[in-house]
Structure formats: structure tokens, C-alpha cells
Design a protein around this ligand. Structure first.
Ligand code: NAD
Length: 322
């Protein structure tokens, strides 16, 4: 990447957000209030919308941290550290996120080469759905090395699971260690065999916190996680806050060179037999992007479910002829 270190001397991290919709702008707001970027550029095909969002964000600056925020164009990607892609064609999700693939691919075919034209050193962070398919599209259309193309993936689903488990077990969700892997979508997989609190597997932790160890109750929690996006959209038309915070965590891990472990979508090579698609698994993330992919010791059912999830994503990815 290179530009973060030089930026620290001159002007600090620069983040470009392509797509000034609910997700892109809530993320920009989160960046501002966390003081994570010195420069935030917002690009949208609807220039007026981007300008309006930028005015609104800038007026909050006296209450947050100094940053330069402007509505830009692709030339502004030039010295960016991270470019976040949050565009959408505005098509309603009909049955699943996978229905959005064709429409959003058309946008990616325009914008990814435009980003790469001005910057081949940045990290691309994809949030548009269907997440895993669009991450693979960004990888192919940019020609970037795999460690620098990331999808926000199941970090959001993992957060939802940790929140619900934390409520169930009456413990801070930050102390719950449980992962969702696979598709960011209907075929995602909870890794129950490794879930723990304080390093203690759920089966042994439940008696400690006086909650019955009830696998049906845990499965119900997982169904809530899996359907959370649809349930929120049914009520408010979109999801934006938690996903924006998950993007903030990813960006923070990169620009602070944290070596943080997060579940993000990235290109897999023989991960439990899965290759040549993007899917979420835990990775070590730092300023080079994906430093290392962590192979989880999954049990038999988890492995089979992960492979099923991969087959679903592979079918859609292949149909796009990237
Ligand atoms: P939105 O409709 O509010 O915003 C999309 C924006 O993209 C609009 O401002 C639109 O003008 C812009 N856009 C469209 N074509 C463009 C182009 N060619 N160039 C530049 N900008 C363009 O949508 P949203 O609610 O912000 O969601 C954005 C995407 O994120 C969707 O695909 C949504 O499904 C996805 N999403 C993903 C997650 C996740 O966890 N991965 C969570 C929530 C939403």
C-alpha cells in the first residue's frame, strides 16, 4: 500500500467512499466521529446527493475530529489508502441478495476500472451485495492482488451473533467469541464447535452463567442472525448502522496496522477444499490487507455446510463470466 506511511507525514489516511447511499454515508459519518481519516472523499453518480451529504457531514466537524471531506470524482482516488465500494442499482431484494448480482455487476464494470486507473496501490473494500460475488468481481475487474481486495462479508453477521449470544448469556458481546463464515447471506454457517466465552466452550460456560445449554435455542439465535437483514429491511427499508460500524472496524484494522482477526470475504485457495471464490473466513488484517487466512478446525457438519455455501456462491460467480 505504501501511502499510509507517507500520508502520516503529510495528511494522514485518505478514504474514498463510492456510493453516497445509506451505507456509504453512515460509514462516512462513523469515520468522522471516530477520527479515523484525515481525508474522506464521497463519489456518487448522483453528484448533488454526494454534495448534500458532504455539506451535512462537514457541519458536524466542530463536534468531531478535523478532516477534509469533499464530493469528488475518480481522480481523487489517486493517493487513497482504502476505497470503499457501497454502490447499488437500487433494485429491491426479491428473494435473496444473490438477485442483485447482474445489476450491480454492470455498475462495477464502470467504476472498478475507474478506481484502478488512478490508484493501483490501495485496498478495495466492497460492501455492495451480493457481497461475495461482488468482491470476486472487484478482484477480477481491478487485477489487484488478492490480499488487497476485501468484502465486509460476515463481520456483520458475526457481530449480530455475538450480540444475540451476549444477550442470551448475559455477558458483554465483546467477550463472546463466535464466528459466522461462508456467504454473507442465506447459506452462511455458524461455527458452534469453536464458540466460547472466556475461552470456555458454550457447553461448559452455560452452567457457569446458569443458562440451559439448549442447542435449539442457539439455532433459533442463528436463524435470527441469518434473517436479520430481511427483518430490518421489512421494518425500515434498509440496514446501515451496524454495517457501517463493521466497515469502520475493518478500516481501523488496516490503517492502524492492527493484525486484527475479522471475518471478511476474500479469495480462498483450498480452504477446506474451497478455491477460487471469495467467501468469509477469519483473517489477520493489517495495513497490507489480508496478511493471513486462518484455517478453522471445523467439525464435519460445519465443513459440509461451508462447502455447500461455497457451491452456491461459485454457481452465481461463474454465471457472471468474469
Ligand atoms: P442506496 O441505494 O442507499 O445507495 C446506493 C448508492 O449508489 C446511491 O447513492 C446511488 O446513486 C449510487 N450509485 C449507483 N450507481 C452508481 C454509479 N455507477 N457510480 C456511483 N454511484 C452509484 O443503497 P445502500 O442502502 O447504501 O446499500 C448499498 C449497498 O450495500 C447495497 O448493495 C446493499 O445491498 C449493500 N449492503 C451490504 C451490507 C453488507 O453487510 N455487506 C449491508 C447493508 C447493505
Amino acid at each position: 500500500m505504501g501511502s499510509i506511511l507517507s500520508n502520516q507525514e503529510s495528511h494522514g489516511p485518505k478514504i474514498v467512499v463510492v456510493g453516497a447511499g445509506f451505507v456509504g454515508t453512515t460509514f462516512a459519518y462513523s469515520l468522522l466521529i471516530h477520527g479515523l481519516a484525515s481525508q474522506i472523499v464521497i463519489i456518487d453518480v448522483d453528484r448533488e446527493r454526494a454534495e448534500g451529504e458532504v455539506m451535512d457531514l462537514n457541519h458536524g466537524m466542530p463536534f468531531a475530529f478535523p478532516a477534509k471531506i469533499w464530493a469528488g470524482d475518480y481522480a481523487d482516488c489517486r493517493d487513497a489508502d482504502i476505497v470503499v465500494i457501497a454502490v447499488d442499482r437500487g433494485q429491491k431484494i426479491v428473494q435473496s441478495r444473490l438477485d442483485l448480482a447482474e445489476g450491480n455487476l454492470q455498475i462495477f464494470k464502470q467504476i472498478v476500472p475507474d478506481i484502478a486507473k488512478y490508484n493501483r496501490e490501495c485496498i478495495l473494500l466492497v460492501v455492495s451485495n451480493p457481497l461475495d460475488v461482488m468482491t470476486y468481481a472487484a478482484l477480477k475487474l481491478s487485477g489487484f492482488p488478492a490480499n488487497r481486495v476485501i468484502g465486509s462479508g460476515t463481520l456483520l453477521d458475526t457481530a449480530r451473533l455475538r450480540y444475540l449470544l451476549g444477550e442470551h448469556l448475559q455477558v458483554d458481546p465483546r467477550n463472546v467469541h463466535a464466528y459466522i463464515i461462508g456467504e454473507h447471506g442465506d447459506s452462511e454457517v455458524p461455527v458452534w464447535s469453536l464458540a466460547n466465552v472466556a475461552g470456555i466452550r458454550l457447553k461448559d460456560y452455560c452452567p457457569i452463567c446458569k443458562v440451559p445449554y439448549d442447542t435449539k435455542a442457539f439455532n433459533d439465535l442463528f436463524l435470527k442472525v441469518k434473517n436479520a437483514g430481511y427483518e430490518i429491511i421489512k421494518r425500515k427499508g434498509r440496514t446501515n448502522y451496524a454495517v457501517a460500524l463493521s466497515l469502520t472496524k475493518i478500516v481501523e484494522s488496516i490503517i492502524r496496522d492492527e493484525n486484527a482477526i475479522v471475518t471478511v470475504s476474500c479469495l480462498l485457495k483450498n480452504y477446506h477444499g474451497v478455491s477460487d471464490i471469495c467467501l468469509s473466513v477469519p483473517v489477520i488484517l493489517n495495513r497490507t490487507g489480508v496478511k493471513e487466512i486462518i484455517t478453522l478446525p471445523l467439525d464435519e457438519k460445519e465443513t459440509a455446510d461451508f462447502q455447500k455455501s461455497a457451491a452456491i456462491i461459485k454457481k452465481v460467480t461463474d454465471s457472471l463470466n468474469l
